[in-house]
Unconditional design. Sequence first.
Length: 267
Amino acid sequence: MAHHRFHKMHGLGNDFVIFDAREHDLALSADQVRALADRHRGIGCDQLIVMTAASPSGTADLAMRIFNHDGSEVSACGNATRCVVALAGRDVLIETGAGLLRGTLGDGAVTIDMGLPGLEWDAIPLAYPMDTAHLPVGWEELTDPAAVSMGNPHVIVFVNDSAAVDLERLGPLIEHDPLFPERVNVNVAHLADDGIHLRVWERGTGLTLACGTGACATAVAAIRRKLVTGPVQVHLPGGTLIIDWQPGNTVSMSGPATHVFTGEITL
């Protein structure tokens, strides 16, 4: 039985098990991912990440695959991308399901160029055409949502108090709404003098302490509505990210990436 080394890392409490498979291939089934992500019987994490060698034909330094707690594979995870850059120990260009992402190591923070946000209905994707800045739909008290893709689908609702929303109940309801053929990440946010306060229900994972792509999507939605200008601080339960976006440009995300421990496991 093969022993595999892993790293436990987190970005603002959004935690990951990361396997470095750049030199030795690692194929994980959905069942294995669920077992490893289990907080009681496995290592425990929100997402499991596999770093791999980049495509020989491309310009990237490495590639990453992202698996949710439920075993499903997704294209993008901002907090995990910062952790991969920190683990690489240098500025890198990373191949992801959401395209090429450039990561830069700074003093106590990692900055990721998250690429262009998807603002068209079919980029989210939605089931049918509508204005993504103001979706003509709602779920109970959550009305006038916006939708943004950051390589994964996000719906954003601005409320008076994000802490007062019963996201554990409404999150799954919205995640599985037929309007979102690939399901959706659910963001509830309110504006304060110190920036945006945000809580996220992640598709396939549930409530998390932080969601990097959610912070990006929410900042983009707020800037589109002229509620704020970039750069803006986005405060999540696990800590703060700085997001910058100017319409027509790519989204920049800066924040910490923390190494917790290294271990070995037999698969």
